[in-house]
Design a protein around this ligand. Structure first.
Ligand code: SF4
Ligand code: SF4
Length: 391
């Protein structure tokens, strides 16, 4: 690794510039981010899956690993090559870094007749993510609308998110479950990052095309050995992205989808999916945009109280429990709620789809229920019902 540390006045790179990094440069970038004070995390291989973890260097990345995904199935295998990003998203999303699965909201201790509350936001080192995918940035953008820019911002989310440095890596090998191109969330990306990498490997060698998206991104790259970006790299990027789009076999037709779901609340297809759905909530746990949570308080003998927040799911019976029982007591109503919220009513609330097409809910559903198939089936049934009504 070779890094130089020019003072900012000598940094000639700017936002919008394009440079070329050789693989050693990626290791250098991770080192520079650590030197800049970031807690550097990225994709790692752990317990048979590619999941977020701490990066001490490029050797911690899934170099030489591939994944295979299909409805209800996930596996990684060793391909023994130099590629570090030749796989699609695994079960863990970056959501957990900003919106942890379990988090203390406040703690109160008794002092005589009064309580003292502590709501302090934990002070963590700022986070640098190296290797987020375009759909994962799109998912964070969705979460921002809820947890940062909404009526009730979450101070812990805001503190962690606003300081985060993001190095995104475009996708060259989508999984069979990916459909981000239908949702406009990948496989390429044009903004919202500090640095965007495209891993290239052809006759010109194994290298990274780097697009600089922020001034701090320019500052970081300036400290790493790099070369000027070349037209041959830009052309290779376009070819690679086109191939990724063509290779994405799953699609979701989004035109008219929001209206389709709203007018099909009583469609018999919901009963069909309920026959297969286990209400296990896997789909919501792996989804990078699901943000439902539950709060519960614990007390001890001194009278101290701790309020905890944990992820919840619209598949939990408790989630819709009002006096007398759950509002959504059936599997069909819970699946309908989940899918209709994601693909339809999210638009009314947040002016965006709640789905970025990452495909996790398809891969990690133990019975292989596929949100794209279900949307198509509702569409077919809607058309058949319309024909029946017109007779
Ligand atoms: S609904 Fe499924 S495909 Fe869409 S963002 Fe969530 S996990 Fe990904
Ligand atoms: S759709 Fe699949 S993952 Fe989601 S709750 Fe039902 S069985 Fe579980």
């Amino acid at each position: 690794m070779s890094t130089t540390t020019p003072p900012p006045s000598e940094v000639s790179l700017r936002r919008g510039d394009v440079v070329r990094l050789w693989p050693e440069g990626l290791d250098g970038l991770i080192g520079v981010l650590r030197d800049m004070g970031y807690d550097v995390k990225g994709p790692t291989v752990r317990d048979g899956a590619i999941v977020p973890g701490r990066l001490d260097g490029a050797h911690d990345l899934p170099v030489g690993w591939r994944d295979e995904q299909s409805p209800g199935r996930y596996a990684v295998h060793w391909a023994n090559d130099e590629l570090a990003f030749s796989w699609a998203v695994g079960p863990g999303s970056w959501k957990a870094e900003f919106f942890p699965a379990a988090q203390v909201q406040w703690h109160a201790e008794r002092h005589g007749d009064t309580y003292r509350f502590n709501e302090s936001v934990e002070s963590l080192r700022p986070l640098a993510i190296v290797g987020a995918r375009p759909c994962e940035l799109a998912a964070l953008d969705v979460l921002d609308r809820v947890l940062r820019d909404g009526a009730l911002p979450d101070p812990r989310y805001v503190a962690r998110r606003d300081g985060a440095f993001v190095v995104v890596v475009e996708c060259a090998r989508p999984a069979s479950t990916c459909f981000c191109s239908s949702m406009g969330a990948g496989p390429g990306i044009e903004g919202g990052f500090d640095l965007a990498l495209t891993e290239l490997s052809d006759a010109d060698g194994h290298r990274y095309l780097v697009r600089i998206g922020s001034e701090r991104g320019a500052l970081a790259i300036a400290r790493v050995d790099h070369e000027q970006g070349l037209d041959v790299d830009r052309a290779a990027r376009v070819i690679q992205l086109d191939a990724s789009v063509v290779g994405m076999t799953r699609q979701l037709e989004t035109d008219g989808l929001a209206e389709l779901l709203v007018r099909n609340q009583e469609n018999p297809r919901w009963l069909d999916v309920a026959e297969r759905c286990l209400s296990c909530a896997n789909c919501t746990l792996v989804c990078p945009t699901c943000f439902c949570s539950d709060v519960h308080d614990t007390t001890d003998v001194t009278g101290a109280v701790t309020r905890n927040r944990t992820w919840s799911s619209c598949f939990d019976l408790d989630h819709s429990f009002l006096h007398g029982g759950p509002v959504r007591a059936s599997s069909s109503s819970r699946y309908r709620q989940w899918m209709t919220h994601k693909l339809s009513t999210w638009w009314d609330q947040f002016d965006t789809s709640g789905c970025v097409g990452c495909g996790r809910c398809i891969t990690w559903c133990p019975v292989g229920i596929d949100i794209t198939d279900e949307a198509k089936a509702i569409g077919r049934s809607d058309r058949a019902l319309a024909v029946g009504r017109s007779r």
